[in-house]
Design a protein around this ligand. Structure first.
Ligand SMILES: Cc1cc2nc3c(=O)[nH]c(=O)nc-3n(C[C@H](O)[C@H](O)[C@H](O)COP(=O)(O)OP(=O)(O)OC[C@H]3O[C@@H](n4cnc5c(N)ncnc54)[C@H](O)[C@@H]3O)c2cc1C
Length: 392
């Protein structure tokens, strides 16, 4: 068996690479191993977040990993267009992978093993170290194993945020200086639908067609045609398609409470349901978690604190799980965009920031549901709210 590490991460994606890098940067002094089944870390994504999603003291360690930044972004709905002055940032997965590999080359405490699927051989108990085994039959042990294997199998009481995105090079300038994080002026179908555009350079854009849908079907070729048509309508002439990404992210309508941790295997990332339950985004949530847990990494009761933090996050998402019913079930499909249209009409920037950070106050929550309702109350919504799985 290989010598014990402080932590072994099973899965080399967003949450594990951010955690290993940040903890070592902050001064953690035991070896860390990341095991990834693919031949490279981090998969194929662009990960974005609002600056106000990140805890202020955590910002310094995250900042060097950012690849693209904008001071503000736009949203567009049939009745309103708004510029939101909240800085917006993006990380590219290939860039994060390269930065983490580079960091591992100069920091002997960070070990990376790619191309090996890992399985837990012995979970052990709180008194004994867990053991994992890789495909090549090597066994590894650590004080703590972190399971950061990505999205769980989708639960029954779940809707979806699904999207296909293409990164394109244009023949000429798109005349776009800021992201359009929601262009809901597109024809509405399959739930609430919007285009998401990130302008990395004047001629290099990521264009994503996004659906808040009750089904997980994603017809990739048709959606790519839709994106090309959208670009054409904007007079953006596509020269080449340089990259493609897709996602079907779970948007829970209700969720099980995180179970107590009874051994030394700790969940992180999407696997721990550490994501904003309305946007499906996990970068900020995980980064804040990683940062807050750091001072306790050497605590022998780390598992208790870890669970407590997961539970606090689960509770902070309760309001959003109820709100998801309005995004997915209230109103007719082609009018569902009204919920966010009204939201962007009414909310102040500070309230928008707290909404995406998952830190809405009671007053914010009341304001979201105050005023004229964006659509008539429906029997389906009532049924769905009453029938939601009881949360503990
Ligand atoms: C296309 C796409 C775009 C997204 N965009 C955003 C965004 O803009 N902002 C945001 O906050 N969130 C975004 N998300 C949501 C979420 O942040 C990502 O899914 C994020 O990658 C989740 O991080 P993670 O570490 O939990 O899992 P992942 O990054 O998926 O990493 C899990 C890793 O574990 C590996 N693995 C699994 N099982 C094993 C095993 N047994 N042994 C070894 N390796 C294993 C996988 O190969 C994978 O590399 C996006 C998701 C997708 C799919």
């Amino acid at each position: 068996m290989q010598h014990p590490y402080g932590f072994i991460f099973i899965g080399g994606g967003l949450s594990s690479t951010l955690a290993a890098y940040t903890w070592l940067q902050l001064g953690y002094d035991k070896p860390i191993l990341i095991i990834e089944q693919n031949d490279h870390l981090c998969g194929n994504h662009t990960w974005s977040f609002n600056q106000t999603d990140i805890l202020i003291p955590a910002w310094n360690t995250l900042y060097p990993l950012i690849d693209a930044s904008w001071k503000e972004y736009q949203v567009k709905f049939p009745k309103i267009e708004r510029t939101v002055s909240i800085p917006y940032h993006t990380l590219f997965s290939n860039s994060l992978s390269a930065k983490i590999q580079f960091y591992a080359n100069k920091n002997p405490l960070l070990h990376i093993l790619t191309g090996q699927k890992a399985t837990i051989l012995q979970r052990g108990s709180i008194q004994s170290n867990p053991v994992i085994i890789t495909q090549d039959k090597k066994e590894y042990s650590a004080e703590w194993i972190i399971q950061s294997t990505g999205q769980n199998t989708i639960d029954s009481d779940t809707a979806y945020q699904k999207f296909v995105g293409i990164e394109v090079s244009l023949k000429s300038d798109a005349n776009l200086s800021n992201p359009i994080v929601m262009d809901a002026t597109v024809p509405q179908k399959d739930g609430f639908r919007f285009m998401y555009i990130l302008p990395f350079t004047p001629t290099n854009l990521l264009i994503e067609d996004t659906y808040y849908s009750l089904n997980s079907k994603l017809d990739v070729p048709t959606i790519i045609t839709e994106i090309k048509n959208y670009a054409q309508n904007k007079n953006w002439q596509i020269n080449t398609i340089d990259r493609q990404e897709k996602g079907v992210l779970p948007i829970p309508l209700s969720q099980k409470k995180p179970a107590p941790i009874t051994d030394k295997v700790l969940p992180l990332g999407m696997h721990a349901n550490l994501f904003h339950v309305t946007t499906g985004y996990s970068l900020a949530t995980n980064y804040n978690f990683i940062w807050q847990i750091y001072p306790h990494l050497k605590d022998k009761h780390l598992h208790i604190l870890w669970h407590k933090k997961l539970l606090e996050f689960y509770q902070s998402m309760r309001f959003y799980r109820v709100m998801n019913h309005f995004l997915f079930i209230a109103g007719k499909t082609n009018k569902r965009y009204r919920f966010l249209e009204v939201f962007y009409q009414r909310q102040k920037e500070s309230e928008i920031a707290r909404f995406y950070a998952g830190t809405n106050t009671l007053q914010d929550k009341i304001r979201i549901f105050s005023g004229k309702a964006p659509f008539k109350p429906s029997i389906y919504l009532l049924q769905s709210l009453l029938g939601r799985r009881k949360e503990t």
